[in-house]
Design a protein around this ligand. Structure first.
Ligand code: NAD
Ligand code: ZN
Length: 1624
């Protein structure tokens, strides 16, 4: 900080002063006086004005920053003296003190203010001091505040030097400093006496700061003055040049009106106009109510962005983004047209401002990671805190047009709408069926064709004369084109009719070198067209002049080589700046132009190359003779379009041969008007919407006469698919068949309409009729579009469970029925490709659970308002969605796109193929095919008829032929096919099945308990009988190896094994079903049920010879805290029944395998945890005899076929084979040094360990190395070995056995083997329990303590603390769970912000309000719209994300499923459900019912309007959901499920509710235990679920999500009941 005291006032007084240069100025009135002065070169004027017209002061204090001091301080000193000499010649001038501060926001502090005051006091400044602020907003705000309080206020002058300060901060009298608590919190209103705006001073302002101010200028014009907006929009280059002008020499240009250049006048005009608006608003609304709020346009969202991205991103940059988003909200609401958004965007861009959060400008400033922090939740949260919001209601300035707002004040806007627009993704929910019955036709006018728009722009820009272009596409592509053409000075653009018409005044082909490189984003058409166009630039004598064409990362990968080759050969100088064959390109003009003459061009990749040359050809130096070479010319229709349009603009192209064109020299003559046809590719989406949903849609301006190839889509694609299509020359109407009835297309060549193939593929996905196969060809170019679109369609369709095949020139799509699509919400990656996004949004409209489209904004390329159209006009339920980065749900974590190939079930008759197959098909959303029925239908005879009539051989023949047909033609995907028992008898059948297995599909064999089969067959008379039981056994024995040969999975069906089960429902078939479904989910890759290795994990080793020893209860207890169970198969040999088995005997071997299979199955029936299947040999620390190695290998192979999630394989010669055959199982390759002598960990002695690790990794997914600790230090060596070698991607289990090795178990990173006190023997010496390990980790400081809470009120009686604390204690976790009782969500902010916050349960009244405090919601919580669980997730960088989840629904799901098992009732799908209440819990209840498959629901609530609102929100999830007027009315609907969600009350429950078949009643209220609802239900023999059971179930889920481990259910539930039973 430097201080210059009064200037050397010595000699000047004596000499004759130079003459004054008094600028000609303009005034702006504010608060009744003309105190704002604008002009150029104002220094003399300023001092003269002050001396002459303001009260005299003894001291003038001028404060500025170092940047300005360097440039202007001297001038101000000199001017001061000169003006004084003229003002009072000879008199002693007053004091001029100057003070210089460091630049930047940090100067705007209390400390700086204090230091200025101290300095002024030390300089003896008195009340007659005048303070001048020379600087940007920082200096103005700070110095103004000093003036406001110095000696209770001294006069103050603003000399704003930044554009922002001129148009914003200097006007209005707001002054302030920043404090650590926030910006501008301490300040005062203090009006300056004068505000001098010296435009000349802007010449030194850094370009980025100029842009920063332009954001406010554009904003102000956008809300206030249409004319100003027009000028800003069309004059960006001039305005920018005016600022630069002063930099050339020290002229006084502009000082006098006569010397002002047109550009300078323009600059002054737009700045003054902007300042005038602010002055007007301040004058009429000084204390910021209503009108002043208008200036806040762009700021509500802009500030939220700024809060996260400052200081790297400037205020104006954030406001620019905010303006675009807020304008999009106005568009979404239907007030602003897209053209408004587009013009606003382009205008901001023209001044160098970013217009989206992922703008390259922002990327450069902060990088992608910071941008990722802009989660919608956080932004909404910050907006909620904005001091300008009233209560929780957000208010935004809604534009009606450019220069016009909806109201003269901000408008209330729904959070959901804001959220939708600021979200990165969109959730498209299924369209209600009811829409399909609507008769009316929706009319949609898609945006103008991109191809036609870009051609029209290029033609009109090169042409001569004026052309009015209508229905021009407003998209990123055309904007890029407009901006680039403007930058080459080729033409001028202006808008008419509120932006509907673009007026182009063509430049007749005269182009100049642009000021900077031409950035083309990802606009392919613009890039290709301009590649030739820039070669038309005439750089005159400047032979070094160059132009660079560049784009975004994707653009830089897209090919443009053939075009560049052709131009180079023609004599143009073009260099690749980065990658050969792609942008960026540098064109060196060499003064000359595009030579023309004969040009050869390879046109098999893109027709745009051809069009590019054709469009420019008339301006070449000699006539162009264009010859297309290098194979088949792609997309001829586009070439034809170009030629047709050239004719419309007055230039002829002669086609002299198939691929040769002659273009004479000439010039385009612009037609007065040109109307751009709507884009036919875009039109495919609304038409496809009609097709897929069974509704009707009309596109009124595309018909059979269109130039666009895609205009044929309706007739050539939709009609054959079963739609009714009416097409005239100029319009197209499509009506879809009833939903689910689209027909596959078979073979179709889409070469004439390649861009429409994505739409066709999306429709084909749900077109099962007509064989279901659609083979699209002729679209090879789609491999190299915005992305590899064919691969993208394959990958993303797989997420719906749709099978496809990727071909060099096309795609095959295997259509499925709508309800066979995956029953979960797929998250679609669009590769930033608009067409991928729009195609999948159409498919989402009928998918059972809709779809999340991850990249909302990518549609901006051609149809920015697509989501508005889809949501508002077409009626699809759309909402914002924030694609979740980490999905904490364990179900989702392993979800992988599964192959949807049909699953085949084989096995003996009577084993349960049909009943299990049907149940699984229903659950998995697949079709069920019974081969017997299929065969009878195909042959037209019953099976006994066939056999009796033509014999067994004929039957087998049919069977064989039809199995092949079913698997390859009728049901290759999306079905479960149950085969007849004898299917494996025929060799050809076996070949068919083996081929199916080889293709990666699942053939599962049901293995029976033969006794049950015999019983069944004796009852079943529909088939030729077996003579006796012994016959059956013979048949079985014969078929057994055949079955084994044909299947890749086996499932043991044996009711006898259920008897010992925990939820012993005496042989409940449902458990067998449940576990069969689980096997299918595993085998098909739908759910691999793997442990999460990103966190410490444990598996508990079962050591008893019979798993039943742990049943019914112990198993649940011993697995608490574990992520898997190890079945030590070798230890099963100790079973008494195997005592005398001789393992050398084949029969005994079979017996043992069968024993193990039964054990495995019992384990499956009793626990949902994954199983580690281990056969430990004696040298490796187990008891399995080494001489039974064949049996060991056989057991491991069986484990893979039984679906064991993990198989432990010892590193030996057999290991590699098992690894190769592991299917979906993971192999743990293990090696034990039971003596601890050779396997050593220390770096110098670990050669053997390294070798074993390397070998383990060649035959396993997870390596496991075990040694024995010789000393305690060995544990640390082991830990360091782990650190060197373990990662989540290549996991390593390493530890030391023995007492001294216990510490290594504490430190083991994953899948640590553990024991439990209730287990009689541990599996290995030194094994300890989960609790011991956690306690040790906590003592060692490896497991920080955490606090958990229940948020809500009233909660004093809640059993949750007892439940969770008991759970934590049982696991040895240093966690405590307490109550945080409060009404105010604000108080919770601090709690969840603290470092030791571990998580929370949330109850009334915070379930919805808490959302604003969280970063992310799981899909379930998003859909429910309420949160009951908060989970903080830490990423690897330690950054914490607060995830909101909802386990209420999981609690309800779990309890209802269990009740269903008990009831043995029919499936959920056909039943109706009643939900009583309409709060946050009812939302969870509805979602739970939806997940269970219930499709018909009723809601009753005493306040009907709330029930109606709830029903409205959930319509898309149910086939029918309605409000029940009262409970009597609800009774008439016969619900099978009733869920109460309101506190037990005096609500009268009528008995009629339970009059139908006995169902399940569940009450979320748990006080009292018997609520009126449950009491009545029980009296009527319904199954009841007590609220306390749901409470425990949801709590168990919470604890598991918080701890990433299995909850100690038993202990948690005991803790609840102990408290509960005592109190209720
Ligand atoms: N009081 C209000 O109503 C109001 C309104 C908006 C903004 N603000 C405040 O304004 C401040 C931001 O103002 P700003 O954007 O002008 O920032 P600033 O004052 O920091 O100026 C930006 C930079 O440009 C330099 N600079 C300014 N004019 C120059 C020139 N002519 N030649 C060369 N360099 C020059 C400055 O030294 C500084 O480095 C913030 O503190 C903000 O809170 C106040
Ligand atoms: Zn602002």
């Amino acid at each position: 900080m430097s201080t210059a005291s009064s200037a050397e006032n010595s000699i000047l007084g004596a000499q004759q002063p130079r003459s004054l240069k008094l600028a000609e100025v303009e005034f702006i009135e504010i608060l009744g006086s003309k105190s704002i002065v604008c002009g150029f070169h104002l220094v003399d004027y300023i001092w003269s004005d002050i001396f002459a017209n303001l009260a005299p002061a003894s001291t003038y204090v001028l404060i500025t920053d170092t940047n300005l001091a360097r440039l202007y301080l001297e001038k101000y000193h000199e001017g001061f003296q000169t003006a004084w000499a003229h003002h009072k010649p000879g008199a002693t001038p007053p004091r001029l003190l100057t003070h210089v501060l460091p630049p930047g926001e940090t100067s705007k502090s209390r400390a700086t203010k204090g230091s200025i005051e101290d300095w002024m006091l030390s300089e003896k400044c008195t009340r007659d001091t005048m303070v001048l602020a020379l600087g940007g907003g920082v200096i103005g705000d700070l110095v103004g505040f000093v003036a406001a309080t110095f000696m209770r206020g001294v006069p103050f002058i603003q000399i704003p030097t930044s554009l922002l300060a001129m148009v914003d901060s200097s006007i209005g009298g707001k002054t302030a400093v920043d404090t650590p608590a926030g910006k501008n919190l301490i300040g005062a209103f203090w009006q300056p006496k004068r505000i001098y705006m010296d435009m000349a001073i802007l010449s030194t302002l850094p370009a980025r700061e100029f842009s920063n101010g332009m954001a406010e200028v554009v904003k102000t014009a956008a809300i206030w003055t249409p004319e100003e907006f027009d000028i800003l929009e069309s004059s960006a280059p001039e305005i920018r040049s005016a600022v630069l002008e002063g930099q050339h020499g020290n002229s006084n240009a502009g000082l006098a009106l006569g010397t002002r250049s047109p550009a300078q006048s323009l600059l002054l005009r737009v700045i003054a106009a902007s300042a005038r608006v602010k002055a007007y608003v301040v004058t009429h609304d000084e204390r910021e109510s209503g009108m002043r709020g208008l200036l806040n346009f762009g700021h509500t969202i802009g500030h939220a962005i700024e809060a996260i991205l400052s200081p790297q991103v400037l205020h104006g940059e954030c406001v620019a983004i905010g303006c675009v988003l807020e304008a999009e909200i106005a568009r979404r609401m239907g007030h602003l047209r897209e053209v408004g958004v587009a013009r606003l965007t382009r205008c901001l861009r023209a001044y160098g401002l970013p217009t989206a959060v992922n703008d390259p400008i922002i990327h450069k400033l902060v990088g992608g990671r910071r941008i990722a922090e802009l989660r919608p939740r956080r932004l909404m949260d910050i907006m909620g805190l904005d001091k300008k919001t009233v209560g929780s209601q957000k208010r935004l300035v809604i534009l009606k047009g450019l220069g016009q707002t909806l109201e003269m004040k901000p408008t209330n806007v729904d959070d959901a709408l804001i959220n939708e627009v600021i979200s990165a993704g969109v959730l498209v929910n299924p369209v209600p069926e009811s829409l399909s019955t609507a008769e009316a036709s929706v009319v949609v006018v898609p945006p103008g064709s991109k191809s036609i728009s870009n051609r029209a722009l290029q033609l009109a820009a090169l042409g001569t004369g004026e052309c009015r272009i209508k229905n021009l596409l407003h998209s990123d592509d055309t904007q890029v084109m407009l901006t680039a053409l403007q930058a080459m000075g080729g033409c001028t653009f202006s808008w008419e009719d509120d932006g509907d018409t673009l007026v182009v005044v063509g430049g007749g082909g005269k182009l100049r070198v642009p000021d900077s490189e031409l950035y083309l984003g990802n606009a392919g058409t613009a890039a290709r067209f301009l590649t030739t166009t820039v070669n038309l630039i005439d750089a005159g004598s400047d032979t070094m002049a160059t132009t660079v064409l560049t784009g975004n990362a994707r653009m830089k990968q897209r090919p443009t080589g053939p075009l560049v080759d052709a131009l180079r050969t023609n004599g143009c100088t073009i260099d690749y700046c980065e990658r050969e064959g792609s942008l960026p390109l540098r064109i060196t003009h060499m003064g000359k132009q595009f030579p023309g003459g004969r040009i050869q061009l390879a046109a098999s990749v893109s027709s745009q190359y051809v069009s590019s040359i054709l469009l420019c050809a008339p301006y070449a130096q000699s006539p162009v003779h264009l010859e297309l070479v290098g194979g088949k010319v792609i997309s001829q229709p586009y070439i034809d379009m170009t030629i047709a349009m050239m004719v419309q603009f007055g230039c002829k192209v002669e086609r002299i041969a198939e691929n040769e064109y002659l273009i004479p020299c000439g010039a385009y003559t612009n037609p007065a008007e040109y109307v751009v046809e709507s884009d036919a590719s875009s039109a495919t989406y609304p038409l496809a919407f009609a097709a897929i949903t069974g509704t009707q849609c009309t596109v009124p301006n595309i018909g059979s006469a269109s130039l666009q190839g895609d205009a044929r889509f309706a007739v050539d694609v939709l009609r054959p698919m079963g739609c009714t299509v009416e097409q005239t020359e100029t319009s197209t109407t499509v009506r879809g068949p009833p939903r689910g009835n689209l027909r596959a297309l078979g073979d179709i060549d889409m070469e004439p309409m390649t861009d429409a193939f994505l739409t066709a593929a999306a429709l084909a996905a749900v077109a099962p009729a007509n064989d279901g196969v659609t083979r699209i060809r002729g679209i090879a170019n789609q491999h190299v579009k915005e992305c590899d679109r064919i691969a993208a369609m394959c990958d993303e369709l797989a997420k719906f469970g749709v099978k496809t095949e990727n071909h060099p020139d096309g795609i095959d799509v295997y259509g499925v029925a709508v309800d066979a699509l995956q029953k979960s919400t797929p998250s679609i990656h669009c590769y930033d490709d608009h067409r991928v996004a729009m195609s999948f949004s159409v498919l989402a409209c009928v998918a059972p659970c809709g779809a999340e489209i991850r990249e909302r904004r990518c549609v901006g390329k051609t149809w920015p308002q697509w989501w508005d159209v889809l949501g508002r006009d077409l009626g699809a339920p759309v909402a914002g969605s924030d694609p979740v980065v980490h999905e904490p749900d364990s179900e989702a974590k392993n979800a992988i796109a599964s192959s949807n190939a049909s699953i085949v079930i084989i096995g003996m008759r009577g084993v349960g193929k049909t009943s299990l197959g049907k149940a699984a098909a229903q659950f998995l959303g697949l079709a069920f095919v019974d081969m017997d029925e299929y065969l009878e239908k195909e042959v037209g005879q019953t099976i006994p008829e066939i056999i009796n009539g033509s014999g067994w051989a004929a039957f087998r023949e049919h069977e064989c032929r039809l199995l092949a047909k079913a698997l390859t033609q009728d049901h290759p995907i999306g079905a479960i096919i149950a085969c007849g028992g004898g299917v494996v008898e025929g060799e050809e059948n076996r070949a068919v099945l083996k081929k199916h297995v080889a293709s990666g599909a699942v053939v599962v064999c049901l293995t029976p308990n033969m006794q049950h089969v015999a019983e069944y067959l004796n009852k079943d008379k529909s088939r030729p009988a077996y003579a006796a039981t012994s016959d059956i056994n013979d048949v079985y024995a014969r078929r057994l190896p055949l079955y084994a040969e044909c299947c890749n999975y086996e499932y043991l069906v044996d009711k006898a094994l259920l008897a010992a089960n925990e939820d012993d429902q005496a042989g409940s078939w449902s458990i067998i079903e449940r576990d069969f479904i689980r096997l299918l989910k595993f085998a098909s890759g739908r759910d691999l049920n793997r442990a999460d290795l990103a966190h410490p994990s444990f598996f508990v080793s079962l050591t008893a010879p019979d798993v039943r020893e742990y049943l019914p209860f112990k198993l649940v207890q011993v697995t608490a805290g574990a992520q898997a169970i190890e079945l030590r198969v070798d230890l099963l040999l100790r079973a008494p029944e195997l005592a005398n088995a001789d393992l050398a005997d084949l029969g005994a071997q079979d017996g043992f395998v069968h024993y193990v299979h039964r054990q495995f199955t019992i384990l499956r029936h009793s626990s949902r945890l994954p199983v580690v299947f281990t056969v430990r040999t004696s040298p490796q620390g187990g008891i399995f005899p080494v001489d039974a190695d064949k049996l060991r290998v056989r057991l491991l192979q069986c484990a893979i076929r039984w679906g064991a999630e993990y198989v432990d394989v010892e590193v030996d010669n057999a290991a590699a084979n098992i690894y190769a055959a592991r299917q979906k199982s993971l192999v743990i390759a293990s090696y034990h040094d039971t003596a601890g002598k050779v396997l050593r960990w220390g770096e110098s002695e670990s050669e053997f360990a390294n070798e074993m690790l390397a070998r383990a990794r060649t035959c396993g997914d997870i390596a496991k190395l075990i040694s024995v600790a010789q000393s305690w230090e060995d544990n640390l060596a082991c830990q360091r070995f782990v650190q060197r070698n373990h990662s989540v991607a290549a996991p390593l289990i390493a530890l030391n056995m023995g007492y001294q090795g216990q510490l290594s178990r504490v430190l083991c990173p994953c899948l640590t083997p553990v024991t439990h006190p209730l287990l009689t023997a541990s599996a290995a010496p030194g094994q300890i329990s989960v609790r011991q390990i956690n306690e040790a980790r906590s003592l060692a400081g490896l497991l920080p303590s955490k606090q958990f809470f229940l948020f809500g009120t009233p909660i004093q009686q809640s059993p949750s603390p007892a439940m969770h604390n008991a759970g934590f204690a049982a696991l040895g976790l240093p966690y405590t769970y307490g109550l945080k009782e409060t009404q105010s969500a604000d108080e919770l902010r601090e709690v969840i912000g603290s470092a030791d916050f571990g998580g929370a349960s949330v109850t009334i009244p915070h379930k919805q309000t808490i959302i604003s405090l969280l970063d992310q919601l799981t899909l379930a919580a998003q859909r429910i719209g309420a949160v009951n669980t908060i989970i903080p997730l830490q990423d690897t960088d330690g950054k914490r994300t607060l995830v909101g989840d909802n386990t209420d629904y999981l609690g309800i799901v779990g309890c209802l499923q269990r009740a269903q098992l008990e009831r043995q009732s029919e499936s959920f799908g056909t039943s109706k459900a009643l939900v009583i209440g309409a709060g946050g819990t009812s939302r969870a209840a509805l979602y739970a019912l939806y997940t269970l498959g219930v499709r018909h629901a009723f809601v009753f609530n005493r306040t009907t309007s709330r029930a109606e609102a709830l029903v409205e929100e959930f319509t898309s999830l149910f086939e029918s959901i309605e409000v029940a007027a009262d409970l009597q009315a609800a009774a008439a609907l016969n619900p099978a499920y009733i869920i109460g969600t309101i506190p037990a009350s005096d609500l009268a429950i009528p008995d009629e509710l339970f009059a139908g078949a006995a169902g399940v009643a569940l009450d979320m209220a748990y006080k009292p235990r018997w609520t009126p609802l449950l009491e009545r239900a029980a009296r009527n023999n319904w199954t009841v679920v007590h609220g306390v059971a749901v409470l425990i179930e949801q709590g168990v889920h919470q604890l598991e999500k918080w701890t990433h481990s299995t909850a100690p259910i038993q202990i948690m539930s005991e803790a609840v009941y102990t408290k509960y039973n005592a109190e209720f």
